[in-house]
Ligand binder design. Structure first.
Ligand code: ZN
Length: 245
């Protein structure tokens, strides 16, 4: 049976072009996925001899795999990424998720190398960024490729119910209720790391005042997981990165 999944593939490909175009990952490494509406398929950026690299991803580069990571359809020269288990385990254990992003952004990875935490060092500059810190950003302490079910399960347990997870000497994984959400979360996490990095270069970063953290905590509780500005941020970065072209 032929499935009309062009829209899903286009969206995953666009997210890849955005993250690649913004230099948030290293060449061909990294993948974005989306779970199908019936929950039986995962659309994911493929690897293999015919892959084009993250920033040049087209809809044809997106293959479908089942919830065990086995390829269901897609071009012959393309295969599921080795680390498909990051995606399958998050989807299996978290029914609320529709999309997962795994990339290797250097700005974030350096924090895992020196073992410095990302802290609430700004507020109104980007409330969505401070929100991620206040939610908690777990760190997966191993630096290997998540290439089997055992590691996928272990990784999903470390990430828990969070939107982000740092991976020591490796990269990041973000997840959300849509491709747009997971992508924007990755961009925000990267910006948090960029600002923190510059602050460390200038001096010792100071956390924002406790009373301000309290304000952001209350705002978090009020919006209960909703991500109000995701659409606008997604459109902005789609244009900026050239992913719309
Ligand atoms: Zn990786």
């Amino acid at each position: 049976m032929t499935v009309d999944d062009r829209e899903e593939r286009e969206l995953v490909a666009k997210s890849c072009r955005m993250l690649g175009g913004l230099d948030l990952t290293k060449a061909a490494t990294g993948h974005v996925s989306q779970r199908s509406a019936d929950g039986k398929r995962i659309y994911i950026r493929a690897r293999g001899p015919d892959e084009l690299g993250v920033r040049y991803t087209t809809a044809d580069q997106i293959i479908a795999v089942d919830l065990d990571g086995k390829k269901i359809d897609g071009a012959d020269g393309l295969a599921a990424p080795q680390e498909v288990f990051i995606h399958t385990w998050l989807y299996k254990t978290r029914p609320e998720l529709k999309s997962v992003v795994h990339i290797h952004p250097v700005s974030v990875v350096v924090f895992t190398i020196v073992d410095k935490p990302l802290e609430p060092i700004f507020g109104a500059y980007d409330p969505g960024g401070v929100d991620l810190v206040l939610e908690g950003i777990p760190v997966y302490g191993r630096s290997i490729t998540i290439s089997n079910d055992t590691l996928g399960k272990e990784f999903s347990q470390v990430m828990g119910n969070k939107r982000t997870c740092l991976m020591r000497g490796h990269g990041i994984t973000t997840a959300g209720a849509s491709v747009q959400e997971a992508t924007v979360t990755a961009i925000r996490l990267n910006e948090l790391a960029e600002v923190s990095y510059r602050a460390h270069l200038l001096g010792t970063p100071k956390r924002i005042p406790d009373e301000d953290i309290e304000v952001f905590q209350k705002a978090r509780a009020k919006k209960a997981g909703a991500q109000p500005h995701v659409g606008a941020i997604w459109r902005y970065y789609a244009k900026l990165s050239g992913a719309d072209d």
